[in-house]
Design a protein around this ligand. Structure first.
Ligand code: CAA
Length: 273
């Protein structure tokens, strides 16, 4: 995989880094990190460099960060993978799907796994990730929104899982959250028809927590971040851990997990009293 170009640092008080080749901007302001897909002229199309840069952000996220906002510059959140990947020439420095497909099985598996690393870290219990989504969120764009814990959408949002229409499967970690959010039948409907889901349906089926006017999207994401920061940090981390594990556990196991987490909380809160 091609690595993202060396990041270019900017700004003063807040830490801001531009990953030019990857089409990303990254900013940390106190406990909030903001990742902006920043190729609006190409509708924030994503490449392997984008995913590599996302993974790098995840690996180096400052410990103080509690909320990560993922947003897109311009009219669309993201039009998905850069369509140049489907051409013989591919994306300069990153190859094409043709060249990727000719790799041996282990290399191919590793390449997809590396791409997935850009998405997986957004679920860590230590953070809450919010996707602020306007306009098109297609393919990899839809999956990036799905990788986040919460989705706040503008009323012009258009989600589309385009991969099956292009002969591919959604492989950027989106299938599990999609099924968990909307159920198997609806996930089959959305993916196997590659149809567009607009804002009201997204809200109704659980894809979006909140629908706002496009001009209100940034404010809504900021307000949600502020609400999330208003609770106790360690309790928030422990609670997210509990909630994430709930589906996989029996009621008895979940009750036991609650006891374990609460015992740790009580000890921490009342240590020395
Ligand atoms: N890759 C590369 N360039 C893209 C792009 C993409 N996915 N989507 C848009 N662009 C470019 C266009 O080529 C155009 O560039 P120029 O101005 O240089 O011609 C520019 O962005 C603006 O595009 P449009 O004029 O088409 O903008 P629009 O607002 O009218 O339409 C759109 C927006 C509906 C998103 C449309 O651009 C579109 O359908 N894009 C392709 C979407 C797509 O099929 N994505 C692949 C999804 S599958 C996936 O993501 C697979 C995976 O993960 C493995």
């Amino acid at each position: 995989m091609a690595e993202a170009e060396a990041p270019e640092r900017r700004g003063g008080g807040t830490e801001e880094i531009a990953f030019e080749e990857a089409g990303l901007r990254y900013e940390v302001d106190g406990e909030i990190a903001t990742i902006t897909l920043n190729r609006p002229g190409k509708r924030n199309a994503q490449t392997f460099a984008t995913w590599s840069a996302l993974a790098g952000i995840g690996e180096n996220l400052p410990e103080r960060v509690r909320v990560v906002v993922v947003k897109g510059e311009g009219p669309s959140f993201s039009a998905g993978i850069d369509l140049r990947m489907f051409t013989p020439e591919g994306v300069p420095g990153q190859g094409s799907f043709g060249s990727v497909a000719r790799q041996d099985s282990d290399s191919l598996d590793r390449r997809i796994e590396q791409a997935q690393q850009g998405f997986l870290w957004l679920r860590r219990p230590e953070i809450v990730s919010i996707a602020a989504v306007q306009g098109h969120a297609i393919g990899a764009g839809f999956q990036l929104a799905l990788a986040c814990d919460l989705r706040i959408v503008a009323d012009d949002v258009r989600f589309c899982m385009k991969e099956p229409a292009l002969g591919l499967v959604p492989d950027l970690t989106g299938t599990k959250p999609l099924v968990e959010l909307v159920g198997l039948a609806k996930a089959i409907d959305l993916c196997l028809t590659a149809r567009v889901v607009e804002a009201q349906e997204a809200y109704r089926i659980g894809l979006a927590e909140q629908v706002v006017a496009p001009a209100e999207l940034a404010r809504a994401a900021h307000d949600k971040a502020a609400q999330l920061l208003s609770t106790n940090r360690d309790a928030a981390v422990a609670t997210k851990r509990l909630l994430q594990g709930a589906r996989l556990r029996t009621l008895e196991e979940q009750s036991a997990a609650e006891r374990t987490e609460q015992a740790a909380r009580l000890r921490a809160l009342f240590a020395g009293s």
